[in-house]
Design a protein around this ligand. Structure first.
Ligand code: ADP
Ligand code: MG
Length: 598
């Protein structure tokens, strides 16, 4: 085909794809417009995850009637006028693309009245074509309604996830704006239910309580000057916000929120700055909860590098990094770190390790006997073991003989408080204690469920009320039955509070509140949930949470019991997530590696 300029409606659809990926991106753009218009109150309502219906209502400036047709045209904006304006952007929007893009892939109704004009305007656009415009009586402000997103782009529609998942993305977006604008009153409604509502009183602490739940918010401490008015962007970065006490931690980085000039950003280096500020205060593999704001002169940042503006480029990244790390570190250092009784042990320093090492060194075994890295710990960041030479592969799959009366594997010891070393009839076995225990628990629970329809549970002497944030509370509400079959007896107790009467027996002795929170949060945060049912995921999550962790020192008896249980498993070689539980080096391979065999 010869080169041709695309017809405008085709070009529009392609461009729209960059701005409008899913309902959450529509919500993001509309909320940003409302904020740019100086709104004090913003109400967002979605239905069916926003695929069917999105409405964003604000009490901002409104759009003058004469400009309404322009607002929905591509590259029409009131926010910048010249190329130089791109050098210092102080509004959230500036490309003049959002309304045009959204209107080209949905049915969009824009109803607005400028605060200086007596009457408002309503315009309806379907698939980019204006259907009609009329004058109407309206309160000052703007309401944008978006229906049937991607009705004319089936390829995009197919790419959307379930309404529940899409609603989850919208929730995440709403959370970010609530945290960035404590002085704006946000209401977020999904399928008729008010998911959250902030007061708009300007207190970030109050927003934290709404978003994370009161209990979590109470475990967070202020960094810098948190009360509004906030610092104006200046030549040096100003940093403020809230960070969790070291006793408050999560399984991933998703609970670290970063804002630059009140724009939510993703920035790997700054996230790392916060994590590093917690160095040695958090258990291995756990991450802090943090809401950190940075204000910096817009001339020193480029926000125009990413289609969704989620990433920015700092002129002096190191200065910003240092400012964030220093502010967080200073706050953390003033808090006494509180360790849970069953907190995971640091991989570099299992208890008694120093003594043991001293004995070994004194006995002349020195470094080689127990080479432990000194610096930053963590299983996650340590480099993977170098692969064996290609002519002597580690044999896989492992032929673990079926269990007999006599245990087949003889436990020799533990390495790095994480792997069990064992000897079998045909060579050396390295067993990942966490993966192995997950497998053992998983098969045990599945067997119980098959035999009795339900996993063994332990009744609590006194039922315990647990209050969740709105997202987790929703998840519990939807899955009470599955939770029951998995050993949790939970009943609604009003609002986002639930009464826990029993927990799976595998957790006996643990803090029931933490167990429920960890398991449900784990499920909410799982990324790849395509193949399994909720119940399977739930059981897997319980095992993951209940299994011994890497970094936990085990007694010899515990190791023997674990290996014995593993031998009895149907599928001993992989954990429920499919990762290997053990590595086997055949006796012959050992001999080869040592040059004993040709
Ligand atoms: P941008 O935000 O990049 O300028 P948009 O397509 O999102 O582009 O909006 C186009 C224009 O419409 C804005 O520049 C603004 O003048 C006007 N506008 C859009 N939404 C609102 C709103 N909620 N309140 C007031 N004006 C609005
Ligand atoms: Mg905009």
């Amino acid at each position: 085909m010869p080169i041709r300029i695309l017809p405008p409606d085709v070009a529009d659809k392609i461009a729209a794809g960059e701005v409008v990926e899913r309902p959450a991106s529509v919500v993001k753009e509309l909320v940003e417009n409302a904020l740019d218009a100086g709104a004090q109150t913003i109400r967002v309502e979605i239905r069916e995850g926003g695929i069917r219906f999105i409405r964003v209502q604000d009490d901002g400036s409104g759009i003058p009637a004469a400009e309404v047709p322009l607002a929905i045209r591509r590259h029409a904006t009131s926010k910048i006028a010249r190329a130089e304006d791109l050098e210092a952007i102080s509004t959230l929007g500036f490309r003049g693309e959002a309304l045009a893009s959204i209107a080209s892939v949905s049915r969009l109704t824009l109803a607005t009245r400028h605060r200086d004009e007596p009457v408002g305007t309503r315009i309806v656009v379907e698939g980019g074509h204006v259907q009609g415009q009329e004058s109407v009586g309206l309160p000052a402000g703007t309401t944008v309604t978006v229906e049937h997103l991607f009705f004319n782009v089936p390829a995009r529609r197919k790419f959307l996830k379930t309404p529940r998942t899409e609603a989850g993305y919208v929730h995440r977006v709403m959370t970010r704006y609530a945290l960035a604008y404590p002085d704006v009153r946000f209401t977020y409604v999904s399928d008729g239910r008010t998911v959250f509502q902030t007061t708009g009183n300007g207190r970030l602490a109050d927003v934290l309580a709404v978003i994370f739940g009161r209990e979590t918010a109470e475990q967070m401490v202020p960094v810098g000057h948190v009360d509004m008015p906030w610092p104006e962007p200046g030549p040096t970065p100003a940093v403020w916000g809230y960070v969790g006490k070291p006793s408050l931690h999560r399984g991933n980085r998703q609970h670290i929120f970063l804002f630059l000039n009140r724009r939510w950003i993703q920035d790997h280096a700054l996230t790392q700055a916060i994590i590093q500020a917690y160095h040695t205060f958090l258990p291995v593999g756990r991450y802090p909860v943090a809401v950190i704001h940075v204000a910096l002169d817009p001339h020193l940042v480029d926000v125009n590098v990413h289609p969704a503006k989620a990433e920015v480029r700092f002129r002096e990244p190191r200065v910003v990094f240092a400012a964030v790390q220093k502010a967080v570190r200073e706050t953390i250092a003033t808090i006494q770190p509180i360790r849970q009784a069953h907190a995971e042990v640091d991989w570099t320093r299992p208890p008694g390790w120093a003594d043991r090492r001293r004995t070994l060194v004194e006995a002349g075994h020195g470094q080689q006997a127990f080479p432990m890295p000194e610096g930053e710990p963590s299983l996650g960041t340590s480099p993977p073991p170098s692969p064996p030479p290609s002519d002597t592969p580690v044999s896989a799959p492992i032929q673990l003989p079926k269990a007999g009366l006599v245990p087949l594997l003889r436990v020799i010891g533990q390495v790095g408080a994480t792997y069990i070393v064992a000897e079998g009839p045909d060579g050396l076995y390295l067993i990942d204690q966490h993966a192995a225990h997950e497998r053992v628990l998983y098969e045990k629970m599945m067997a119980e469920r098959a035999a009795r329809g339900q996993v063994a549970s332990q009744q609590l002497l006194d039922p315990i009320p647990v209050t969740m944030d709105s997202e987790l509370a929703g998840l519990i509400r939807e899955h009470l039955e599955e939770l029951q079959r998995a050993g949790f007896e939970i009943e609604p107790f009003g609002g986002n509070t639930y009464l826990v009467r029993a927990i799976p027996a595998v957790f006996s002795g643990q803090d029931p509140k933490r167990v429920v929170e960890d398991v449900v949060r784990g499920l909410a945060e799982e990324k790849d949930v395509t193949q399994q049912t909720f119940e399977e995921r739930l059981v897997t999550m319980i095992c993951k949470r209940a299994a011994v962790k890497g970094g936990q020192v085990l007694s010899e008896e515990e190791m023997r019991a674990l290996v014995r249980d593993l031998e009895a498993c149907e599928t001993p070689h992989t954990c429920p997530h499919g990762r290997p539980t053990m590595i086997h080096i055949h006796a012959e391979e050992l001999a080869k590696l040592f040059g004993r065999l040709g």
